[in-house]
Design a protein around this ligand. Structure first.
Ligand SMILES: C[S@@+](CC[C@H](N)C(=O)[O-])C[C@H]1O[C@@H](n2cnc3c(N)ncnc32)[C@H](O)[C@@H]1O
Length: 213
């Protein structure tokens, strides 16, 4: 009798192909964003809002880590779909939520409807529509590498800060625009910002910088 032909489960090759596809797509996206920095396409909003992201970027915990004070005037630049906007607004006097993409701002508008201390701004981090020395804190979560000249963008953040003001920068490995903390620190120093501290871990961190003294 002929030996039985071993049956192969179709599940394993399919899973391997899926995982390989995912890794290659991530790699491609990272290289592409690094080479041609640009805003995340609007169709990728689901990446920002997925439940897994919330598990390591819980909006309440992030807002607490930003250490905002009740009287602070805050700018959240690159607010995206507004995942963090209501939590940040709950900890300060006034929050301006800025994004270059009006469809993201519309999402943020829906999330902040009814909050009296939030203003939505369409604008570019490279040329903030805010007067000099008018803000206490600028929050930048997963946005810096989408801007072609991050050092200039950080100089712009410094410009709008009052003496004693701070810039809080968050990056996370699972976002294709991820950049290492050391690189952000180099950019920040070049922009005249002074490191105050780092929270989290290398995969999902928050760094705080002091602006003008
Ligand atoms: C990866 S998303 C992060 C959104 C949000 N901060 C979050 O973490 O959920 C980056 C956001 O920055 C915005 N953005 C990119 N370049 C920008 C620029 N030059 N000025 C203002 N917003 C920008 C994009 O439109 C997008 O909404």
């Amino acid at each position: 009798m002929a030996a039985p032909i071993p049956l192969r489960s179709p599940g394993r090759p399919l899973l391997t192909a899926l995982l390989t596809g995912l890794v290659l797509t991530q790699l491609g996206l990272r290289l592409w964003i690094r080479r041609w920095p640009r805003p995340i396409p609007y169709g990728w909003a689901w990446l920002l809002e997925n439940p897994w992201r919330r598990s390591y970027r819980d909006p309440e915990r992030l807002a607490a880590a930003c250490a905002l004070r009740a009287g602070d005037e805050v700018l959240e630049a690159g607010c995206g779909s507004g995942l963090f906007t209501p939590a940040l607004a709950a900890h300060c006097a006034h929050l301006s939520a800025l994004d270059i993409e009006p469809r993201y701002l519309a999402q943020t508008a829906r999330k902040t409807a009814g909050l009296g201390n939030v203003t939505l701004l369409q604008g570019d981090l490279a040329a903030l529509p805010c007067p000099d020395a008018s803000l206490d804190v600028v929050v930048l979560i997963s946005v810096l590498t989408e801007v072609p000249r991050p050092v200039d963008a950080l100089r712009e953040c410094r410009r709008v800060l009052r003496p004693g003001g701070r810039v809080v920068i968050g990056e996370e490995f699972f976002g294709p625009e991820y950049v290492r903390a050391g690189t952000v620190e180099r950019w920040a120093r070049e922009a005249g910002l002074r490191p105050l501290g780092r929270q989290g871990n290398p995969w999902a961190y928050l760094q705080t910088y002091a602006g003008p003294a």
